[in-house]
Design a protein around this ligand. Structure first.
Ligand code: FAD
Length: 463
């Protein structure tokens, strides 16, 4: 039997950030990471865009490389197959057992698949991208199902193939953006260069203010950011073409014939033949192995954690995609299974466990005060802050919009004159101002539409 003060399951961003955090806070304590994957994830090139918003790269490295500077960390390349929480024991596939004083489960999530036909591919890790790439190189037509970040990236990055993009919403990329921003990106779906007309229109700045009334509102070890840049996502054809099937889902996946290897029957009645179906319809927390011991599980399948990241089992914590937050959330923060949150949660859980073992007071980390996410959609910088799609505002809020076609899309959400969230597409340079205004909840009523007037340097008012 092996033993350590701190045992972590998972070598993804949450698990590695947790181990690094403990090593920093308690360098003399023993740490074991158990990871089913031989490579672990390391956050590098961190660039702080504001106090709370950062960009970073994620690299896959061998475990020895990542932890060579932390002699108190041991990595076991093994799979956890059982938890005996009464005796603080994990059993591993190899037959080994590991005893812990504090356990942190960071076992991530796996993609929801729309069926188990061999022509369906789910994108999750390096292996699945390689599989996708291999099949794509022999494909003329693929159906991509899903409307989140992964589906959007795939549609944008894949070339040389006909794509049918099946989305259940009325507009593209609904996880991150509203119909207005979807419209803004629409031309980028054509995968060609911008036209002269578009170039001319780029000089036009449109500013709009509108109010969303109840019932009429718009809704808005995994891979890392830029995962697609390392893969050549090229199909068989010379050119690419994307067609969209809005407001529909996959009803059935049917066997192929001489024309196509597989067919997709959609809820709008269409039958689409293709070489491959990509299922990018979200993830399910990967925690089945722990459910047998009676740990509380949330409706979305994650291990329920309190504000200290503790599960319902004594001395057992969870972080990253595997957990579901169960505390009273700050008004402008919510959980989304993303890198940034996996990293924040891993680091914070390290602090929570170390404080617990030392009997020290813990204060909740400031990162849970404001939702922040920085990403790229259709090759453009996208920053999402706070309640960027009016989430939890009961469909009653005001929107200020500034659009310069092909250049920037700025949307801020106001409730009772106070900023609740923002979507910033392009190099807007507004992230710091918006972050401050969301956090300090200043009454902005007196500014009206001037808040987004490009001729007024609004930041001068708030310094
Ligand atoms: P993971 O990275 O999934 O790590 C889980 C770890 O647990 C793995 O090492 C695994 O081997 C191990 N494990 C699982 N079960 C066991 C077991 N029983 N025993 C031992 N080890 C086990 N987020 C962004 O913010 N930006 C993006 O651009 C972005 N792009 C994405 C693209 C794709 C294709 C996917 C799938 C996700 C993307 N995400 C993105 C989401 C992001 O990758 C995840 O939120 C993040 O990786 C979660 O980290 P994690 O450490 O919780 O889990």
């Amino acid at each position: 039997m092996k033993q350590a003060t701190f045992v972590i399951v998972g070598g993804g961003i949450a698990g590695v950030s947790c181990a690094e955090g403990i090593s920093f806070l308690a360098p003399d304590e023993s740490i074991i990471i158990i990871s089913a994957s031989p490579m672990v994830k390391k956050v590098t090139n961190i660039r702080n865009l504001t106090k709370m918003l950062s960009e970073f790269s994620v690299e896959e490295r061998s475990s020895n490389q990542v932890f060579e500077e932390f002699p108190n960390v041991i990595i076991l390349h093994d799979t956890v197959v059982g938890l005996d929480h009464e005796n603080c024991l994990l059993s591993l596939a190899s037959g080994e057992t590991v005893q812990y004083e504090r356990l942190c489960i960071c076992s991530g999530a796996y993609p929801k698949l729309i069926g188990n036909n061999p022509h369906i591919v789910g994108i999750r890790d390096t292996d699945s991208v390689q599989e996708f790439q291999k099949r794509l190189s022999k494909s003329k037509k693929v159906v991509i199902v899903g409307n989140g970040g992964i589906a959007t990236e795939l549609v944008h990055e894949t070339s040389g193939v006909e794509i049918v993009w099946v989305i259940k919403d009325k507009h593209i990329s609904a996880t991150f953006i509203d119909p207005g921003a979807a419209e803004f990106f629409q031309s980028r779906l054509k995968k060609g260069d911008t036209t002269e007309e578009e170039n001319e229109e780029r000089t036009t700045v449109k500013r709009i203010k509108y109010t969303v009334d109840e019932g009429k509102a718009s809704q808005g070890a995994a891979l890392g950011p830029d995962w697609h840049t390392k893969a050549n996502l090229q199909g068989l054809l010379e050119s690419s073409n994307v067609s969209l099937e809005y407001s529909c889902e996959v009803k059935n996946v049917l066997d192929g014939d001489a024309a196509w290897p597989v067919y997709v029957e959609l809820t709008n009645g269409k039958l689409v033949g293709c070489d491959m179906i990509v299922s990018a319809t979200g993830v399910v927390p990967n925690v089945d192995v722990f459910k047998g011991c009676g740990v509380a599980v949330s409706d979305d399948g994650g291990l329920k954690v309190n504000w200290k990241m503790q599960t319902s089992l004594e001395n057992v914590y969870a972080a990253g995609d595997a957990c579901s937050v169960g505390w009273d959330l700050a008004p402008q923060w919510f959980q989304m299974r993303l890198w940034t949150q996996a990293r924040h949660m891993g680091t914070y859980t390290a602090k929570s466990m170390v404080c617990d073992i030392r009997g020290e007071e813990l204060l909740q980390d400031f990162c849970f005060e404001l939702f922040t996410h920085s990403t790229k959609l259709f090759g453009m910088k996208v920053v999402l802050l706070g309640l960027f799609n009016g989430q939890t505002l009961d469909d009653s809020y005001e929107i200020l919009l500034r659009v310069t076609k092909g250049v920037e899309y700025v949307k801020v959400i106001l409730k009772d004159g106070r900023m609740q969230g923002a979507v910033l597409i392009g190099d807007t340079d507004l992230e710091e101002m918006c972050e401050n205004l969301i956090l300090n909840q200043l009454d902005l009523s007196s500014f009206g539409e001037d808040l987004l007037n490009p001729d007024i340097d609004i930041e001068d008012y708030f310094d």
